[in-house]
Design a protein around this ligand. Structure first.
Ligand code: SF4
Length: 381
């Protein structure tokens, strides 16, 4: 059963929170909210006989409402927050405040990997929490205050393609007294199981919209689910902030696709910004070794532990080695990006409003308290 997985680090310790989530949903004292990762919406349909890459966002939202979630929000909102924080950090480091390359920090598998294997590189990862952890922190502060809900009653459930995220929510940096940023993680397959347990006919559900304000997002956020997507999203914002000009073509094709390692040089003002993108831990190890030994230089790198990124995460519907399925999911995410009226994270109006009303400056004191983390050297495994 449950331990059959392709997840590189967490396969042996997988726990299921499904019972806990049902319990919370039936507890009238609790205010249970869901957030869904970008990769879910292009894969969940496979569990119900639809085609890989079919976009089932609307039915997914409808299903969560019928399961009893009080609000259905989108991790993509927090992905846009991640990008504004990370682009700011990148620009600071380009200006000499901190070490290069900056390494994107969304994938808890490689975060654990680097803590064990590359302690001398612990100052390269961005200090940004991963998007779903940022979401949890925002839900229990900004959202709770704005809508006058006791944060102790809020239960945040992340619907994720990822098994390592079950471990991530237990890290002590994400616990604050009685509260933890995210309470439970449910994988795509477990979510499908809950839909079946509830007797919902998934394909017959109507299409519904996310709740607001934490349901609004741009095209930059949805490509987080594919290898290269996070760095592309960051480039869109960093480019505009550095040059002060609007970026005409927002698509960085060199960092797209399923290849295990990709690189690109992007001209921003008078700088040639060198980008490296690795997916799969073998490719990541090689890249990090070369950086550690000074053999290669990049300004920014992205690593995802799963080959292809989160669309191919250990919690996704099984594809039994059929890479066409992974490709279909990947193409679906880029199509979704293209269909969005806003495609740059810093233009997300709900994000702009949150900074204005609550967080203040991007990269400022409150942002650091809520949205950033730190890394710790761990024993070699
Ligand atoms: Fe999880 Fe995505 Fe990392 Fe895979 S690539 S371990 S699904 S965060």
């Amino acid at each position: 059963g449950q331990c059959v997985s392709v997840c590189p680090t967490a396969a042996l310790t997988e726990v299921s929170y499904v019972d806990k989530v049902w319990e919370a949903l039936f507890d009238s004292e609790k205010y249970v909210i869901a957030q869904t990762a970008p990769a879910i919406r292009v894969a969940l349909g496979e569990e119900f006989g639809l085609n890989p890459g079919d976009n089932v966002t609307g039915k997914m939202v409808a299903a969560l409402r019928r399961l009893g979630f009080k609000k259905v929000f989108d991790t993509n909102f927090a992905a846009d927050v991640t990008i504004v924080e990370e682009a700011k950090e990148f620009i600071d480091r380009l200006n000499g405040k901190g070490r290069l390359p900056i390494l994107t920090s969304c994938c808890p598998s490689w975060v654990k990997f680097i803590e064990h294997q590359f302690p001398e590189l612990l100052d390269i990862p961005s200090t940004c929490k991963s998007p779903h952890m940022m979401f949890g922190a925002i839900a229990k502060t900004y959202f709770a205050e704005k809508f006058n809900i006791d944060p102790e009653k809020i239960v945040v459930v992340s619907i994720m393609p990822c098994i390592a995220k079950k471990y991530e929510i237990q890290r002590k940096e994400f616990k604050h007294g009685n509260l933890q940023d995210v309470d439970y993680v449910i994988t795509t397959r477990e979510f499908a199981r809950m839909i079946r347990e509830a007797g919902l006919d998934f394909t017959k559900l109507p299409d519904e919209d996310f709740d607001n304000p934490l349901g609004e997002s741009t095209g930059a956020a949805v490509i987080f689910g594919a290898t290269g997507g996070v760095i592309e999203a960051a480039l869109r914002t960093a480019y505009e902030w550095i040059t002060g000009e609007s970026l005409g073509n927002v698509e960085f094709n060199e960092v797209r696709g399923l290849k295990g390692f990709k690189e690109a040089t992007v001209k921003i003002k008078d700088m040639d910004i060198k980008i490296g993108v690795a997916n799969g831990l073998g490719n990541a190890r090689k890249l990090l070794e070369d950086i550690r030994d000074g053999k290669r230089f990049y300004h920014a790198i992205e690593i995802m532990a799963c080959p292809g990124g989160c669309i191919n995460g250990g919690g996704q519907p099984y594809h039994h080695g059929n890479l066409d399925i992974v490709k279909a999911r990947l193409e679906a995410l880029y199509k979704l990006d293209k269909s969005k009226p806003l495609r740059k994270s810093h233009e997300n109006p709900a994000v702009i409003q949150m900074y204005k009303e609550y967080i203040g400056e991007i990269g400022g004191e409150k942002a650091h308290k809520l949205l950033h983390t730190h890394y710790t050297k761990r024993e070699k495994i």
